[in-house]
Ligand binder design. Structure first.
Ligand SMILES: Cc1ncc(COP(=O)(O)O)c(C=O)c1O
Length: 396
């Protein structure tokens, strides 16, 4: 594997030089006032990226999976019912975590390639007149299938049913790359990590809690220690942690938020959309299909590309790594061997993406697929030439 080439996995993403430098800092005393100068702006920056004015942001030395656990253990008790759709590997893992914590999960089985079925959620919530369901889970961007779900529609389903359940959203592969509106969507807990939209190494689990989720912590009985948000909040009040913080990563997070906000979230999202559209144009030119069932579901951070029946899609990923020193993502779970994934998020430009598309083409041709070299690259070039980046003002 070459350290020179960009990666095209759906996280961890390429790390810009200034973020690498921001993480690489001398040791400071994490109980000194200097630490507060890193911690508080980082939390405020995340709140802005979430498009919230009130979310309580907690940042753990962890990953997205720790963020899931933070959401569950701080707000729920064993035996509580939660509603979740299983439409890919990551929604599956979150469901598994709920079950291991003794929660009763009402699982809506959903074909992989489809989004969270807000209409089914609406029916189930309307039928739950006794309000047994305490939380509704939604994976905003299913990284395994390249499917973006409509979180506003899930909120609508809750509101239409007049249902008081909390809304927990996994934004691990969307936050900082695609539109995410914590306040407007009435999200109660948002979960992400440092290694995707924030362009940092893995190592931080990042969550936003609404006032309602904070209220739920008072009666929630699931055991929690490391991920206890009250312990964390007490620490924050003294510009500290209940344990040793990952200071370098927090410094990186502060810088990353500054980068995203300086570029303007509207521009960040437009850049991701433009780069993704180029990839989708290439996929079309190759005569292949996306796992995502329809354009409204297309993810702007990852494309899961189906290969022809009988072909092992994983061989593309292995070949790219061995022969060209380039990383793509393998298919996971139900779609293992059937799709390969091109990650197109974080610190990425059209020009970098063209090199990834060219490499995917070489691999597919090497492995005997009927791909004309240059076909996907040309389709993406056409798209990028016709849709140059235009700077937009950030709307609220
Ligand atoms: C949608 C989604 N949720 C959760 C996770 C788990 O996050 P982590 O690997 O940071 O624990 C991932 C990881 O890729 C993901 O893509």
């Amino acid at each position: 594997m070459s350290f020179q080439n960009p990666v095209f996995i759906p996280g961890p993403t390429n790390i810009p030089e200034n973020l690498r430098k921001a993480c690489d800092m001398p040791t400071i005393d994490h109980r000194s006032p200097l630490f507060g100068q890193i911690l508080h702006p980082a939390r405020a920056g995340v709140q802005k990226v979430l498009k919230s004015t009130s979310a309580e942001v907690f940042i753990f030395p962890s990953t997205g999976t720790g963020g899931w656990e933070t959401a569950l253990t701080n707000t729920l008790s064993a035996g509580d019912t939660v509603l979740a759709a299983r439409n890919g590997m990551f929604s599956q893992r979150w469901i598994d975590m709920c079950q291991r914590h003794g929660l009763n999960v009402n699982v809506v089985e959903t074909p992989w390639g489809q989004g969270v079925p807000a209409d089914r959620y609406a029916e189930i919530l309307a039928a739950d007149t006794g309000h047994q369901i305490k939380a509704v889970l939604a994976t905003h961007n299913e990284t395994a299938t390249g499917v973006r779900s409509n979180i506003a529609a899930v909120r609508q389903a809750l509101d239409d049913a007049g249902h008081p359940a909390m809304l927990f959203v996994d934004g691990v592969s969307s936050i900082g790359s695609m539109e995410f509106r914590f306040d407007d969507w009435g999200v109660d807990v948002a979960v992400t990590g440092s290694q995707k939209g924030f362009m940092l190494p893995a190592g931080l689990g990042i969550v936003g809690f609404s006032a309602k989720a904070m209220e739920a912590t008072k009666s929630a009985k699931l055991p929690r220690t490391f991920f206890d948000v009250h312990d964390m909040a007490k620490g924050y009040a003294n510009s500290a942690y209940p344990y040793t913080p990952a200071v370098g990563l927090l410094n990186g997070l502060n810088t990353a938020c500054g980068m995203l906000l300086d570029e303007g979230l509207a521009n960040v999202f437009a850049r991701h959309h433009r780069i993704a559209e180029g990839v989708r144009a290439a996929v079309g030119a190759w005569g292949l299909d996306l796992c995502a069932a329809s354009p409204d579901l297309y993810s702007d951070t990852v494309s899961a590309i189906r290969t022809p029946e009988g072909f092992n899609a994983t061989s593309i990923v292995t070949h790219a790594a061995e022969v060209y020193g380039v990383a793509f993502g393998v298919g996971l779970g139900e779609v293992a061997g059937k799709v390969f994934r091109i990650g197109h998020l974080g610190s990425l430009t059209d020009v970098m993406m063209l090199s990834g598309i060219a490499t995917a083409e070489m691999c597919m041709a090497d492995l005997g697929l009927d791909i004309t070299l240059g076909s996907g690259v040309a389709a993406a070039q056409d798209y990028y030439r016709a849709n140059r980046a235009e700077r937009q003002q950030d709307a609220a």
